[in-house]
Design a protein around this ligand. Sequence first.
Ligand SMILES: NC(=O)c1ccc[n+]([C@@H]2O[C@H](COP(=O)([O-])OP(=O)(O)OC[C@H]3O[C@@H](n4cnc5c(N)ncnc54)[C@H](O)[C@@H]3O)[C@@H](O)[C@H]2O)c1
Length: 321
Amino acid sequence: MSLRNKSVLVTGGAGFIGSHLVDQLIQQDVETITIVDNFFLGKERNLKGARTKREDLKVYNQDIADLDAMTKIMHDEGTDVVFNLAVIPLPASLEKPAWTFTQNVDMTLTICELARKGLFKTLVHFSSSEAYGNSISGPMDENHPLNGTTPYAASKAAGDLLVLSYCRTFGIDAAIIRPFNNYGPRQNEASYAGVIPITIASIMRGESPHIFGDGKQTRDYLYVTDTANAAIKTYGCRNTREKVLNIASGKEISINYLVRLIADLMDFKGEIIYEPDRPADVKRHIANIYLAEDLIDFKPTIPFEEGMRRTVDWYKQNISL
Ligand SMILES: NC(=O)c1ccc[n+]([C@@H]2O[C@H](COP(=O)([O-])OP(=O)(O)OC[C@H]3O[C@@H](n4cnc5c(N)ncnc54)[C@H](O)[C@@H]3O)[C@@H](O)[C@H]2O)c1
């Protein structure tokens, strides 16, 4: 299945991954691209490149949990495909747990209802590896228990169950991708994975970077364009429907290695400061990516050190201190 001549709608398209997905969609010869984002964390500047390449790019400043408003938008745009990325991020769930949980579930529920009512044909929904919680044993495949530690994780797991239930009960055409940690240009400092932009900004200010805990906690990092391309390939493969696919590198990186790599790339010789653990911080995350390799021929293309070099260069040019 190709996206050629399709009308595509991206929720959360002004955010970090969403804006990269829009950039990749522009290369797919799609008929129209519509973004719906309420700019909770999304930024107009993330869309600068996309707007120059596609002057017809439509951006709605809209809460996607509003069923009536979304019905009208999809009707007006003749939407075929939805990539659902809109989210309230993890840190908000530590301050406002009930609100974050309700928002995230309501957004996904609205998208499922729109699919059930036939307002669009195919959904690619974004889950999160946070839904797994700590790894019980080695690389996590898609059958790993959903042991998320935060209300954010619970909201992501609940969203996935909703999408799968709408597939099974109402026959909606949907696939779920479950990215692990993404990094790259335009990442939001306010998201939990903000260690990269925060470390780069500290060093640029001439301050020491901070590590929470002993730094031995690991994450599976994937450069953001690899995730965006995986989402497009997931749409393209019918065998992904009613399934969850891990999207990650399959490699484990410790926070100590990551912070030291950034320090080296930025020629920082000062001290790294260790702080106490954050609440509910996951200790170990590494993905088993066999299913995505098998179904969509997924292969990460940007090595971590190269991706980090590009990321540091981007922040040096774009961050205002
Ligand atoms: N960044 C990562 O490392 C990562 C890892 C795993 C999964 N994910 C998933 O990928 C998706 C995108 O994450 P991201 O890092 O780009 O986040 P982000 O915060 O940069 O983008 C999310 C976007 O959703 C928008 N939004 C929030 N509430 C909204 C609402 N009610 N209506 C419309 N728009 C709304 C925000 O303004 C923002 O632009 C999310 O579903 C997230 O759970 C991200």
